[in-house]
Design a protein around this ligand. Structure first.
Ligand SMILES: Cc1cc2nc3c(=O)[nH]c(=O)nc-3n(C[C@H](O)[C@H](O)[C@H](O)COP(=O)(O)OP(=O)(O)OC[C@H]3O[C@@H](n4cnc5c(N)ncnc54)[C@H](O)[C@@H]3O)c2cc1C
Length: 819
């Protein structure tokens, strides 16, 4: 029964689907008083009610695996606590492979998940698969993966258990209340307006599922998601169907199958989905189905499912179902505080895993709200990873038709999106195109990943081994190490921080001393109070009161948000995003000096232009700034040129480069070079759960600077207790030159699992795959310990011997960069 609408709440949660219910439960469990959940119609009436209820733990990253594992372990607990069944049954899950590439992927994913240590994934033979799933046609199978702990749950019952649990702990959950507006003051949320009255609130949480983007708009917050049609079919009851039949996934045929109350339910992840709701969601949409496009979307998948499970050929079909689910541009959900509005949190865009993630997600978000920061590495789901352009209606509508299918597609390394492309361009895009660049996409940007030789079409041919561009990228890498190349790095995030308090504000935020003379560039971290790394970037002093902050393309919104959150309201300091106004050309390699001396007509010798400094330069008739830094570990300069003059500057450099055999190089070569140099990448090798000490970057922390920095106390404590010696970032070089590393491969020390890689790529100079990853130990990790151990990296289930090092294997003293 509904309680009367309160006028005040600590937190108002909008949406009574499984996610809103879980957030309410977890906030109440944490002891939050006056939590209110508002549902416009009835609980679970949006997407939740019609979910197929698969609950699995095998995921593509550790955070997701941990969230799913928590979700699963919570279900029986929730039943006990509330007396409400969740319908959870642990029947196991089986994923089959009938192509070599899929089998390779299953083996890699199994190794990765076993390394996370949250679930046990076994690779089994076709015969063993048949033993577990007697209805399976195994004629063409190469093998399968098996997860005993996976299962199914009832979406509606799970939602009701969360609601009941939340209520038992004092939360008010109310149906039939439509939130019509969000209120805010001074950049902070203050409450909601509903069709039945207003509620003042300290926090508001958008758990609106399909409606999440619209609810975001009410608050001026971008929540990039869009609904797609999503299908399944259910057979008539089948006699003698075992209740304990595992969940079956046949990814290459886009299908999953589960037992459902004596019937078989066959679900679809078709390659090209159909977007839904472009013209708005009908006002009274509640427990509704969509008409869909059964013939084109569902039927081909049912046919292949009948081959895989021949019993389906004899079954009558009771239901052909189509319902909407929301998908995001990168198949990762949106979580956290919106950068546009303080205390307005988001938990939506579940990409068809909302039921299985609900418990973990509710817990993670409640924790985030309580601490004001995520307490685990949630960067891949952080709403701040999204760029404003990604909230564009057409962009979303096209992209989600691809992302739904990608969930079951082969997850090849370097796989690029095909939809919603060619939106953001570097000013020299056409020049790069005429040089035969193969572009990849990030947040709408087209970025050159590699260049094909003349006469070769610049297109990826994906595989888990060396792909078609391997040799071309190797040549770019060698040109960077031995001669000179040009990288287009225009997509770097760039911010101008200025004002009388700019120096003091940045000094408090940065670990390094940025109060340097104008003309200097400082590499620094930004830390949270726990010493975890929130950003890895450079701060450049332009003048007494003006700085440039330069960081990776992916983190524009996050870094901006971090700056704004940590600059005092009354500080005389403004931040402007100048990303789109400057092009950046990295001229890197031992011949960069003579080339640039010819092109810029200035002396670039180290005494005149030392490493870590910048100068105004003229590039032909254009004006710009040259920064002496390098992410590839070679002598080089990054030239910052206003966008209006970028083409001219490029042409000028290119012309001057002819005498030096200047080559264009792409981001794959850049990454390969930085891996050899053990330069970290934010979001992979360093994030909020890692400290600079653990990453081997203690030099970024100036413990003696006046006023300290955010996180200094945590770093001082870690220095004192030496805990960082037991978790350290190590560089690995595989001893088999043909084995390929990408990310997340398990690290074995003397045969024992001690961690997993955070990134991997081929090191063309070192002559093998290079990986970075943290290892953990009960004893101090130092050079001797590494030298005394035998390391192996598990590549698709095969341990490959690896050399391990704490310092960079390539140019450990950084002499080349500083020459
Ligand atoms: C065919 C299909 C099969 C699926 N199978 C699985 C599966 O096997 N396993 C799995 O994990 N997931 C599955 N899913 C996905 C899962 O159903 C969703 O991820 C999950 O239900 C999303 O929950 P939610 O709470 O975010 O959204 P919803 O359930 O849509 O909840 C959002 C709620 O917000 C309410 N609301 C919106 N606007 C307002 C407002 N202004 N004021 C108040 N209330 C508002 C809505 O009425 C709605 O109830 C499947 C989805 C589909 C479509």
């Amino acid at each position: 029964m509904n309680s009367p609408l309160p006028t005040r709440a600590s937190a108002v949660i909008i949406g009574g689907g499984v996610i809103g219910a879980s957030v309410a439960y977890h906030l109440a469990k944490k002891g939050w008083q006056d939590v209110v959940l508002l549902e416009r119609k009835q609980y679970s009436c949006g997407t939740t009610w019609h979910a197929a209820g698969l609950v699995g733990t095998m995921r593509a990253n550790e955070t997701h695996a941990r969230l799913c594992e928590y979700s699963m372990s919570l279900l029986p607990e929730l039943e006990q606590e509330t007396g409400q069944s969740t319908g959870f049954r642990q029947v196991g899950s089986l994923s089959v492979a009938h192509s070599q590439d899929r089998f390779e992927e299953l083996k890699r994913v199994a190794a990765m998940n076993n390394a996370f240590g949250v679930t046990q994934v076994d690779i089994i033979s076709p015969q063993e698969a048949r033993e577990r799933y007697p209805l399976l046609n195994t004629d063409d199978l190469l093998g399968a993966s098996w997860v005993a702990q996976d299962g199914t749950a009832s979406p509606i019952d799970t939602t009701m258990a969360f609601i009941k649990g939340a209520r038992l702990r004092g939360a008010k959950c109310i149906e039939g209340i439509l939130v019509t507006a969000i209120q805010s003051k001074g950049g902070k949320v203050t409450g909601v307006i509903t069709d039945q009255g207003d509620i003042q609130a300290d926090f508001v949480v958008n758990c609106g599922g399909l409606w999440g983007r619209k609810i975001g708009q009410m608050a001026g917050v971008k929540v990039p998601l869009h609904a797609c049609e999503h299908y399944y079919a259910v057979t008539e009851k089948l006699p003698d169907l075992p209740e304990t039949l595992p969940v079956l996934r046949d990814h290459d045929n886009c299908a999953y199958i589960r037992e459902d109350a004596g019937s078989l339910l066959v679900g679809a992840f078709e390659k090209k989905a159909i977007a839904w709701g472009q013209n708005g969601i009908p006002k009274d949409f509640s427990f509704d189905e969509l008409e869909g496009h059964m013939e084109d979307q569902l039927m081909p998948i049912l046919e292949s499912a009948m081959e895989r499970v021949p019993l389906l050929q004899e079954a009558g079909w009771r239901t052909f179902f189509c319902g909407p689910e929301s998908f995001t541009p990168d198949d990762q959900f949106h979580l956290g505080e919106a950068p546009e509005l303080k205390n307005f949190y988001v938990a939506c865009g579940l990409n068809s895993v909302g039921i299985q993630t609900s418990g973990g997600l509710g817990w993670a978000l409640a924790d985030w709200m309580e601490h004001g920061e995520p307490t685990m590495d949630l960067w891949s789901n952080d709403i701040r990873r999204m760029h404003p352009v990604q909230n564009n209606q057409l962009y979303l509508q096209e992209r989600v038709t691809e992302t739904l299918g990608l969930l079951y597609e082969r997850h090849y390394p370097f796989r690029q999106y095909e939809s919603s492309r060619n939106i953001r361009h570097s000013p020299i895009h056409e020049r790069l195109q005429s040089l035969n660049a193969c572009f990849g996409e990030l947040a709408g940007w087209e970025r050159p990943n590699w260049f094909a030789p003349e006469g070769v079409t610049p297109e990826y041919e994906y595989s888990f081994g060396k792909q078609n561009w391997f040799d071309y990228s190797a040549a770019e890498h060698r040109a960077a190490r031995e001669n000179v190349v040009l990288f287009d790095q225009s997509t770097f995030s760039k911010y101008q921080v200025e004002g009388r308090d700019a120096c003091a504000s940045l000094q408090r935020i940065s670990t390094a001393n940025i109060d340097v003379a104008p003309g200097k560039i400082v590499y620094t971290h930004w830390l949270n109070e726990n010493g975890g790394i929130e950003a890895d970037l450079t701060v450049t002093r332009i003048s007494e009161h003006q700085f440039w902050v330069i960081s990776a393309a992916a983190s524009t919104q996050k870094d901006l948000n971090w700056l704004k959150r940590n600059i005092a309201d009354d500080a005389h300091c403004t931040v402007t995003d100048i990303t789109n106004s400057l092009a950046v050309f990295g001229i890197m390699g031992p011949n960069s000096r003579p080339l640039l001396e010819a092109a810029l007509q200035i002396d670039l010798s180290t005494p005149v232009f030392p490493f870590g400094s910048w100068q105004d330069v003229e590039v032909g008739c254009a004006t710009g700034r040259a920064f002496r830094v390098s992410y590839v570990g070679e002598l080089g300069w990054e030239l910052y040129v206003p966008v209006d003059q970028a083409r001219h500057a490029f042409d000028h450099l290119w012309e001057a480069g002819k005498a030096f055999d200047l080559k264009p190089a792409g981001l794959h070569a850049l990454d390969s070079c930085r891996m050899e140099k053990k330069f970290v990448h934010f979001g992979h090798d360093v994030a909020n759960e890692d400290t600079p000490l653990e990453a081997g970057l203690s030099f970024v922390c100036d413990m003696n600077k006046t006023g300290g920095f955010i996180g200094k106390e945590a770093i001082a404590a870690q220095k004192e207790n030496k805990s960082w010696m037991k978790k350290r970032l190590v560089q690995f070089l595989l001893q088999d030159p043909d084995a390929m590393l990408y990310h997340h491969e398990p690290i074995l020390q003397d045969g024992k699992l001690v961690g997993h890689l955070t990134s991997g790529n081929y090191g063309h100079t070192l002559g093998g795959s290079v990986g970075l990853g943290y290892i953990r130990s009960d004893v101090a990790i130092d050079k001797k310990m590494l030298d005394d151990s035998q390391f192996e990296i598990d590549v698709a289930g095969k341990p490959i011997p690896a050399k391990a090092s704490l310092s960079a294997m390539y140019d450990p003293r950084a002499e080349k960069m500083r020459s």
